[in-house]
Design a protein. Structure first.
Length: 303
């Protein structure tokens, strides 16, 4: 009797920086993709020195090394989705853009990682215009938070009424400004908004000059364990797309997964060093990527 060979796993490539604390970057992407049933491939763009208190330093890899990694992966694996995170500098950015233009690329999810939450630049300022003009149009979806929305629109010349605050009535204007930058679709994340609920908006062009807007909401949580939320969310969307979900379904499932990792984050924290007086320092903990109980977003929080 011939042994039946199981089908291959949905394969997702993440191109991002390494986080030695394993809360964000490549490491968070790896956890997310495997937790959701995919197979993760990685191309490192930079080495960072960071921990739960912030990013201390960033060391971008030579662009040639990034290129060699890309060639090695894409020559061998059938990649169904690509997630882009930290790219670091103009040379690496151009290398990735050239690669995407050379291949019949699958779904590409761009998490516009421009600056760390602790204030450390993660993309050189001289690379921003190329990022906007050449990379964003290649993306299936971008996933900016509100500060990143403002940075992208200002950098792309779409000033409008900056800075936006993520309010519901602003979303249509934000969508049109992003479409003017040749963005194909975006999830405008609400974690930094001033709204009561944490509402993310999936915006897609709707001819002739409109936008289809889908809202996904969850209650806000009071927690310090938020390290790597952006990486996790984008990787979850990429994985769901690789599994065959539509864009709307992928964002919905990713939102639910992210909510679950936050709800149960307290159960998955590592041990830390103590200060001399034995009091714990203020730290930003990571998520619970392998949570067993996939807690659903309460129905009463849906928008």
């Amino acid at each position: 009797m011939t042994k039946k060979i199981p089908p291959p796993l949905p394969t997702v490539l993440t191109i991002s920086g390494s986080d030695c604390s394993a809360g964000a970057g490549l490491q968070a992407d790896l956890k997310t993709i495997h937790a959701l049933g995919g197979y993760a491939l990685t191309v490192a763009t930079a080495i960072t020195a960071q921990n739960s208190q912030g990013v201390a330093s960033v060391y971008p890899l030579p662009a040639q090394v990034v290129q060699q990694q890309l060639h090695a992966i894409l020559d061998d694996y059938d990649v169904q989705a690509i997630k882009l995170g930290m790219l670091g500098n103009l040379e690496i950015l151009n290398t990735v853009i050239h690669c995407l233009k050379q291949i019949n690329h699958p779904c590409v999810i761009v998490d516009p990682v421009l600056i760390s939450s602790s204030g450390c630049p993660l993309l050189e300022i001289n690379a921003l215009s190329v990022f906007i003009k050449e990379l964003l149009p290649l993306a299936t979806l971008i996933t900016p938070n509100i500060p990143e929305v403002n940075t992208l629109l200002e950098g792309g010349g779409e000033i409008l009424n900056l800075p936006f605050q993520g309010q519901k009535e602003e979303i249509s204007s934000i969508a049109q400004a992003l479409f003017a930058l040749n963005v194909n679709a975006a999830v405008i994340k609400g974690g930094h908004s001033i709204e009561t609920l944490a509402t993310d908006y999936l915006v897609q062009p709707n001819e002739p000059n409109g936008a289809t807007i889908q809202a996904y909401s969850s209650r806000r949580m009071t927690t310090q364990n938020t390290h790597g939320t952006g990486c996790t969310y984008a990787s979850a969307i990429a994985t769901e797309l690789a599994k065959g979900a539509t864009l709307n379904e992928a964002v919905k499932r990713a939102k639910e997964y992210l909510y679950s990792t936050l709800v149960h984050a307290e159960q998955a924290q590592p041990a830390h060093q103590k200060t001399p007086n034995q009091a714990y320092k203020v730290r930003k903990g990571s998520l619970n990527h392998f949570v067993v109980d996939n807690t659903r977003i309460p129905n009463n929080s849906a928008c």
